[in-house]
Design a protein around this ligand. Structure first.
Ligand code: UDX
Ligand code: UDX
Ligand code: ADP
Length: 465
């Protein structure tokens, strides 16, 4: 088995950055170089001020501070890093296609293809290529074809090694992974490549948690794992709607069903809707793949998970509008939280975007506070929807760094991300300075019902009548 001494990772994003930092930390004798075509991003990874790394993840800056310049490097010299490494991770973005065949559903593989062509061009000796991005099934085959047909007659072994880290707990998830999945060919060289990658993870994980499969199972497992997780959230969210019409309480239901060991207690928190770069994209991929094989019932089944999620977001926004007497035009509504979950600055597919958009359609005056998301990001998310002009978005919505101050004379507050700091606020002071009746719409079930009502709020908690 080839000993791995140099690893290159193409793509310094949410997946590549944290994953490679952890590999560098756990394998001090391996040199890890993360490359990206985006100079700004690489500069940010190389910043002296570790508080301004491009990605916020608890525990990340400590590891980067410890390993950077020793065996962890961030660079734009893509070709050099490819040339030197025995193992190359592809960790570039695979957004949903916005054009052509599969628009709105299939993954856009153009960044992957560019990477594969680049590797083929540069490589002068045998390489193990690891696909780390979330990809539709059979992408490994496409990468293999490109490499075999355009390369310099060197041998490439392609592995699928899907990422299961969740943002906000990425470092913890990587260090204490439930399992690592390595898919590869069943040939002797495929087996050697799988073992070589396995050896990297065995630096810190027990061997029995490293599962080897064929390539297709590995690729599909990633989509299915995310589809199952998203399905749990949509399932509990549909029940939250039913709870609001009856005297049942969603938390009591989550607890009751979670005690069944076949169901389990995790991932049963009702919310304003799931977001993040993976769930929706992966389900759309699954749906697209199923349809392309003529499996329409399978596709319809999984598509329903997304339909239910969209329903949850619009239901939440509609409830705000109807509670505020069906007119929110010119009313000041403060949004607490823009990230798709706490402890991350990532906003991709965040429920907050859809809720804000619906409220803006009714001409509300929106003020957003999020402890980690930048003003530029918030406007970029809204502008991307194209619902109204960028000027209008900036006129109707403002971003603040003063969460308490801005509640003065507000009609309502909507909690859309479960940031811990919201629990520590002095809600009595907030109540006093808001217009009455003062509404709080809690899309994350963060606050205590009785306390909020005692203060005087009209308090709505998702999943509770
Ligand atoms: C997910 C998977 O968990 C991870 O394994 C995969 O590699 C990438 O996709 P991530 O999107 O980072 O990770 O976060 P996750 O914790 O799964 O949350 C996704 C969304 O579901 C968030 O918007 C979160 O708020 C929401 N959620 C999660 C709920 O609304 N309720 C829950 O009980 C759990
Ligand atoms: C079920 C519930 O398990 C039980 O808690 C409830 O009180 C009554 O309904 P039961 O119908 O007796 O119990 O059997 P169960 O073991 O749940 O199986 C139900 C069906 O699902 C069976 O046809 C079984 O073959 C099938 N099944 C179960 C699968 O096809 N795959 C599985 O992984 C599990
Ligand atoms: P993910 O969540 O999958 O990590 P990100 O968008 O955070 O996605 O990161 C992907 C990174 O990959 C981006 O920084 C992007 O600039 C980079 N990238 C895309 N294509 C290439 C390429 N051909 N070569 C090098 N880097 C690339």
């Amino acid at each position: 088995m080839k000993k791995i001494t140099k690893i290159c990772c193409i793509g310094a994003g949410y997946v590549g950055g944290p994953t490679m930092s952890v590999i560098a930390k756990q394998c001090p004798e391996i040199q890890v170089t993360v490359v990206d075509i985006n100079q700004d991003r690489i500069d940010q990874w190389n910043t002296d001020d570790l508080d301004t790394l491009p990605i916020y993840e608890p525990g990340l800056k400590e590891i980067v501070g410890e390993r950077r310049g020793k065996n962890l490097f961030f660079s734009t010299e893509v070709d050099k890093a490819i040339d030197e490494a025995q193992m190359i991770f592809i960790s570039v973005n695979t957004p949903t296609k916005t054009y052509g065949k599969g628009k709105g559903q299939a993954a856009d593989l153009k960044f992957i293809e560019l990477c594969a062509r680049n590797i083929a061009k540069v490589a002068k000796d045998d390489k193990i290529v690891v696909e780390k991005s979330t990809l539709p099934v059979r992408t490994a085959q496409a990468i293999q074809n490109i490499l075999d047909n355009t390369g310099n007659a060197v041998k490439f072994e392609i592995l699928s090694n899907p990422e299961f880290l969740a943002e906000g707990t990425a470092i913890e998830d990587l260090i204490h992974a439930d399992r690592v999945l390595i898919g590869g060919n069943d040939t002797p060289s495929g087996q050697a490549a799988k073992d070589a990658l396995s050896a990297v993870y065995e630096h810190w994980l027990p061997k029995e948690r490293i599962l080897q499969t064929n390539v297709w199972s590995s690729e599909l497992s990633k989509l299915v794992a995310n589809a199952f997780l998203a399905q749990r959230v949509s399932s509990i969210n549909t029940i939250s709607a039913l709870c609001e019409k009856t005297d049942a309480n969603i938390q009591e239901i989550s607890r009751a069903i979670g005690f069944d060991s076949r169901i389990g207690p995790k991932f049963l928190n009702a919310s304003v809707g799931f977001g993040g770069s993976c769930f929706q994209k992966d389900i759309l991929n699954l749906v697209y793949i199923a349809r392309s094989y003529g499996l329409n019932e399978v596709a319809d089944y999984w598509e329903q998970v997304i339909i239910a999620n969209d329903y949850q977001k619009s239901r939440f926004a509609e409830n705000i509008i109807s509670s505020l007497y069906n007119t929110i035009s010119g009313k000041k509504i403060v949004i607490y939280g823009w990230a798709f979950k706490k402890d991350t600055n990532d906003t991709r597919e965040s429920a907050a975007i859809a809720v804000a958009d619906a409220l803006l359609e009714e001409r509300a005056e929106i003020i957003v506070y999020d402890p980690k998301v930048s003003e530029e990001r918030i406007y970029a998310d809204l502008d991307y929807l194209n619902t109204r002009s960028p000027e209008e978005n900036r006129r109707l919505l403002t971003v603040t760094k003063e969460p308490i101050e801005v509640t003065k004379e507000a009609h309502a507050i909507a909690i859309l991300t479960e940031w811990d700091e919201f629990k520590t606020y002095d809600w009595t002071t907030i109540y006093k300075q808001m217009l009455k009746p003062a509404f709080v719409f809690d899309g994350r079930r963060l606050l205590d019902n009785d306390t909020m009502q005692e203060i005087g709020f009209n308090y709505y908690k998702i999943g509770q009548s």
